[in-house]
Design a protein around this ligand. Structure first.
Ligand code: DC
Length: 212
């Protein structure tokens, strides 16, 4: 079983995906980490984020053992990730890793921007998570502060809106809802409410499949 969870930055899709995976005993991949790791490699080497050759080399040399580096979670790395993720050759270099992960038994939950549309168009369940930008900014600010980072909510909101625009308007694999994805509006749900709604969607999909 493959479950695709897409949505904009700070929509809550990451937590939802992690909790869904735990609920079903599936593997979970936060695919944003791949783009963040590429961005961090370029920033660390002092290379331009638009340097395609360096970015592709970094994508090919990714070390999954370093995906839990807390530095990858920073706001600056997320913004840089949005820039490198617009390079089609970078996306291509990361595709096989994501598809292999998605095929791991007994199932996998992947969250990102293009999972339901490009990486796993065959996913049995696709959920597109949205939430009001102001609510996302509030949540992201609190998360950053909990990590000990200084965060200004107005600046976080501006970053979210800029990132949404860049992720939606890029030519390759833009952020968009797959035609067969169900919309989950997380604006007024807390974590438990979101998880319950997502489980209900998965259960409905499973029931539908077992009827045919
Ligand atoms: O979900 P995130 O904030 O960790 O993602 C960081 C950036 O990576 C995001 O702004 C766009 C890019 N990304 C992508 O293009 N495709 C994905 N599947 C996941 C992330």
């Amino acid at each position: 079983m493959k479950i695709a969870i897409d949505g904009p930055a700070a929509s809550g899709k990451g937590t939802l995906a992690k909790r869904l995976a735990a609920h079903y005993g599936y593997h979970h991949l936060d695919t944003g980490i791949l783009y963040r790791a590429v961005a961090q490699a370029l920033l660390g080497a002092g290379a331009e984020l638009t340097n395609e050759a360096r970015a592709v080399a970094a994508a090919q040399a990714l070390d999954p053992a370093r995906f839990d580096d807390p530095a990858l979670k920073s706001q600056a790395t997320g913004d840089a990730a949005s820039v490198v993720s617009a390079i089609p050759a970078v996306r291509e270099a990361l595709t096989a890793f994501q598809r292999d992960f998605a095929a791991r038994p007994p199932g996998a939950v992947l969250d990102g921007r293009d999972i339901g549309t490009v990486i796993c168009p065959d996913a049995e369940v696709k959920i597109f998570v949205v939430a009001d930008p102001a609510v996302r900014a509030r949540r992201r600010t609190l998360e950053a502060r909990a990590r000990g980072e200084a965060a200004d909510e107005t600046a976080v909101l501006a970053d979210i809106l800029r990132r949404d625009e860049r992720d939606r308007s890029r030519a390759t694999a833009p952020l968009q809802r797959a035609a067969d994805a169900l919309l989950l509006d997380n604006t007024h749900l807390d974590i438990e409410g979101g998880v319950r709604a997502a489980i209900a969607i998965v259960e409905a999909a499973r029931a539908g499949r077992s009827r045919v």
